[in-house]
Design a protein around this ligand. Structure first.
Ligand SMILES: [Zn+2]
Length: 498
């Protein structure tokens, strides 16, 4: 190629995502400066003021003009790759044309010049097209630009999501990556998992304030609303199509974030079930977290435990120096000391969940969800293979990949939905998981759960759990070992699955 030596011929191209003309001017100024710094001759300056969104396809005349110029230029200068084209197929067609005409692609915000003939460079560029989050990502595009401006003006940049740290290039101040914060990431995990297990928001709030845990943005204290905001923030959850990365929400769509998630999908879902709307789980969690309702393990709800007459148990805190008791308030048909009743029921639960068949019995739709899980990983592998293929020179075409994606994404979405084990509270799943490692692990996991989670597990495990009338009377002189046996004798139970 005769024109590809000496001074390279460059075309600079600018586009805005929100029709702010000034931002295009800024882009072009920096594109021009970048070209000059590299000793390139700018032979064309093109811009399109329309949105780079894949939905805005109207006034992209200059992008088309740029494609026509490719045979006669050596390098295209863009503020960032995703400023080129948000439609996967046309973006890849652009890259293919650049490869064919030996045109390099300069990404000014990356301070990098890519050569699409180099497979690694091609892949980097293509990924920016594949990953639509890139453009809309807070940490890129507009905000990265804003950050550069803000830094030069001495103003602080937009706040980093709590739980993460961001790394910037010390020289260019360009954003490099977002990583879990060494301490705050664990706080985020704790909040989401605790909320998912049914620990009331006020309790989580109190706990974090009591332990003087660092607050977001250096606030004086943790508040309900902060906890709720963190527990419901999609940034922390794995992206459904790329579980190694978090979620970037943009206009109500889930995009792949440029950071790792902090919790698993099931942990995140459990928290949403508690926080969200009018689901049965949410109602149950609210009821159980109402003041005075969750003081005791087994009282206050006939779904948890009943007296012989069928009514719920009440907890009585002794005022006369004797221990707390459970009893029937309706007709006083039953009464027993609380520590022994709790102890016996706990033993029943732990022993049952440590059994081999626990998972089969209590994880509803388990076979179906595991089959869906397998199907999901196959679909993901298939899609990933297609993407890998099109990154390679000589691989499948952009149209083929776009067609494949269009066909597979709904199937992946469907499999993912079916892969969620239905019906089993997260706490129960965790206990059953612990059961694989023996009774002690179940016991330890059980003790770590807050009361609402334990109550929910009990309500799910037992078909009936009843405190019957006294057969042998207890006195304060009955020895401890005997007390447990006497109380156990009053309790009858049926498992919800035999
Ligand atoms: Zn009764």
């Amino acid at each position: 190629m005769s024109g590809k030596s000496a001074s390279s011929r460059a075309a600079i191209y600018g586009r805005n995502s929100s029709a702010k003309q000034k931002s295009i001017n800024d882009q072009q100024a920096e594109n021009r400066a970048f070209a000059e710094a590299n000793g390139w001759t700018v032979v064309a300056e093109l811009d399109d003021p329309s949105s780079a969104s894949r939905y805005a396809t109207k006034s992209r005349t200059n992008w088309a003009r740029l494609l026509e110029l490719l045979p006669s230029i050596d390098v295209v200068v863009l503020w960032e790759p995703s400023r080129g084209d948000r439609t996967l197929a046309t973006w890849v067609a652009f890259l293919d044309a650049c490869r064919e005409h030996q045109v390099r692609v300069a990404a000014v915000s990356h301070s990098r010049v890519y050569d699409p003939r180099n497979p690694r460079d091609y892949r980097s560029l293509a990924e920016d097209g594949v990953d639509s989050a890139y453009e809309s990502d807070k940490t890129s595009g507009r905000v990265r630009r804003g950050h550069a401006t803000a830094a030069s003006a001495g103003r602080p940049h937009a706040p980093t999501t709590y739980g993460y740290v961001r790394r910037y290039d010390p020289a260019t101040r360009a954003f490099l990556e977002q990583l879990p914060h060494p301490e705050h990431a664990a706080v985020v995990r704790d909040i989401i998992v605790s909320v998912g297990r049914g620990e009331p928001l006020h309790q989580v709030t109190h706990r974090l304030n009591a332990s003087r845990t660092a607050t977001p943005r250096g606030g004086a204290a943790w508040y309900h609303s902060t906890i709720r905001g963190i527990a419901g923030n999609q940034a922390y959850r794995p992206h459904p199509d790329d579980p190694a990365r978090g979620v970037r929400m943009h206009n109500g769509d889930l995009h792949i974030g440029q950071w790792p998630p902090l919790v698993t999908e099931s942990e995140w879902q459990a928290a949403q079930a508690v926080l969200g709307g009018n689901s049965e789980t949410a109602r149950r969690a609210r009821r159980n977290s109402a003041p005075g309702q969750i003081k005791y393990l087994l009282s206050g709800n006939s779904a948890v435990m009943t007296a012989a007459c069928g009514s719920m148990l009440s907890g009585f805190c002794a005022t006369d120096g004797r221990g707390a008791t459970y009893g029937c308030k309706m007709d006083r048909c039953a009464s027993a000391p609380m520590p022994e009743v709790d102890e016996y029921v706990t033993r029943l639960v732990v022993a049952r969940l440590a059994r081999q068949d626990a998972r089969r019995l209590w994880v509803v739709d388990d076979v179906a969800s595991r089959a869906a899980e397998e199907e999901l990983s196959q679909l993901r592998a298939e899609l990933e293979a297609a993407r890998q293929s099109f990154y390679r020179p000589g691989g499948i075409s952009a149209e083929a990949l776009a067609g494949k994606e269009a066909a597979m994404v709904p199937a992946i979405e469907d499999a993912r939905r079916r892969a969620q084990p239905a019906g089993a509270p997260l706490a129960l799943l965790e206990l059953i998981e612990a059961g694989k490692f023996g009774t002690e692990r179940v016991q330890a996991a059980w003790e770590a759960f807050p009361l609402p989670a334990r109550r929910e597990v009990i309500a799910g495990l037992f078909g009936a759990l009843t405190l019957g009338p006294a057969t042998v009377r207890l006195t304060r002189w009955t020895p401890p070992a005997e007390r447990l046996a006497v109380v156990a004798d009053r309790i009858s139970h049926e498992w919800s699955h035999a």
